[in-house]
Design a protein around this ligand. Structure first.
Ligand code: HOZ
Length: 419
């Protein structure tokens, strides 16, 4: 595979951006390669600057559930751009998108549109603190909720990829209200409520963890979180930035049948544009300014082009409900191929990870036991065979509606032959 143009561009980028990238995992640090520079993408395929074609299973880390350049989404965005890129004022698209979100996430009785998952989570936590008048939050090791200060402790995604336990530049005071629990371990949560119950504003969880690789919740774990938060008057926040509109059109909360108090959405809700949302119980959201005293604002919030992409994407998902069964079947085929290659696999719907571990992965510690050198080999092998996956053991593989039977057959054949 020739990657000369990517190499040349990367050496230029290194002079401008830390590590040559605008988000750390993209630097390919843990897979020992030079990042590919992407020239374009269409349907299930992505093309680099050297003209290499790949079947894309990163899907921009989740948003592209319909594949790249879905015609309805592109036309909605093009039309919206013609009417103005940003108004910094109210427009009717915001109401339409809010209606669509609420229809599929009825727990989001009121919501706010923001620009990124990080912003959505940061704001949801502030709302939970404002509502409860408490400061502490419980987060799970290996879950990643964006890069706001208080959440950069034992986080997944790029921190796990680059072995960063907690970020420099975060004053101790910002993380001392963050209590850590173990994913899938009820007793670790109970201990925190036993000692600090009256001060815990919220428990935040990825209802299916996908930033330490995919780690589904054990049976009863989410039910337990619902129960203990209710018992102590704490807010349960589901971070559905990855799972929202993916595990089902109503996200993980519909898939698992557990209703949180607050939800954060990102990725699919913006159809590939920078848009996210947070929302939940009316009485909590009424604490947000201008109704209440919890402040949160943004010039580009509800950006009309991003809103148009979100509306078009959700309308497509509504018009094609069969997508979810198809995603499940395609992902199950890939899972079978991974297992036949002797890999450990965690899958939840169209999210999956092949782990290079000896045993099952159920939490941060078992995820961290993965042989990342072997993963790097696997990543390189897939790439050389036309398959583009995350350059990190600790991310998900995303299957989209655009992946054809032929794509899946090729992918499975390649994976089965990995030794
Ligand atoms: N932290 C993101 C995935 N969980 C990666 C974002 C990116 O590099 O685009």
């Amino acid at each position: 595979m020739i990657t000369e143009k990517s190499k040349e561009l990367y050496s230029k980028a290194l002079g401008f951006m830390p590590g040559g990238v605008n988000s750390p995992v993209r630097a390919y640090g843990s897979v020992g390669r030079t990042p590919l520079f992407i020239e374009s993408a269409k349907g299930s395929k992505i093309y680099d600057e050297d003209g290499n074609e790949f079947i894309d299973y990163v899907c921009s880390w989740g948003p592209n559930i319909l594949g790249h350049c879905d015609p309805a989404v592109i036309s909605a965005v093009t039309e919206a751009c013609g009417r103005g890129l940003t108004f910094g004022a109210c427009h009717k698209g915001e109401i339409r998108l809010a209606q669509l979100i609420q229809k599929h996430f009825p727990s989001m009785e009121m919501l706010r549109l923001v620009n990124s998952g990080t912003e959505a989570v940061m704001s949801a936590i502030r709302a939970a603190r404002g509502y409860t008048g408490r400061d502490k939050i419980v987060k799970f090791e290996g879950c990643y909720h964006g890069h706001s200060d208080g959440l950069l402790v034992s986080a997944g995604s790029g921190l796990l990829t680059n072995s960063i336990p907690s970020s420099a530049g975060v004053p101790v005071g910002y993380t001392e209200t963050t209590l850590l629990a173990k994913y899938n371990d009820e007793s670790s949560v109970e201990r925190l409520f036993d000692s600090d119950g009256g001060q815990i504003a919220a428990v935040i969880a990825e209802p299916c963890a996908a930033n330490m690789g995919v780690v589904p919740p054990k049976k009863g774990f989410l039910e337990f979180l619902r129960k203990i938060t209710e018992q102590y008057g704490a807010v349960l926040i589901f971070d559905e930035v990855i799972t929202g509109f993916r595990l089902s059109i109503g996200g993980a909360q519909k898939f698992y049948g557990i209703t949180p108090d607050l939800t954060t959405l990102g990725k699919i809700v913006g159809g590939g544009m920078p848009l996210a949302a947070y929302g939940g119980k009316r009485e909590i959201m009424e604490c947000v300014a201008p109704l209440g005293s919890v402040y949160q604002a943004g010039t580009l919030s509800g950006n009309p082009a991003a809103v148009a992409a979100g509306i078009a994407t959700i309308e497509q998902l509504e018009a094609r409900p069969e997508i979810y069964d198809e995603l499940d079947k395609k992902s199950a085929e890939i899972e079978r191929a991974m297992r036949s290659a002797g890999l450990n696999v965690n899958r939840c719907g169209s999210l999956l990870t092949a782990f290079f571990t000896d045993g099952n992965v159920t939490d941060y510690d078992t995820a961290k036991s993965a042989d990342t050198k072997k993963y790097a080999e696997y990543f390189g092998y897939l790439l050389e065979n036309g398959i583009y996956t995350a350059p990190s053991q600790f991310e998900a593989m995303f299957v989209s509606a655009a992946h054809s039977a032929e794509d899946i057959k090729h992918t499975c054949g390649v994976i089965e032959n990995f030794r």
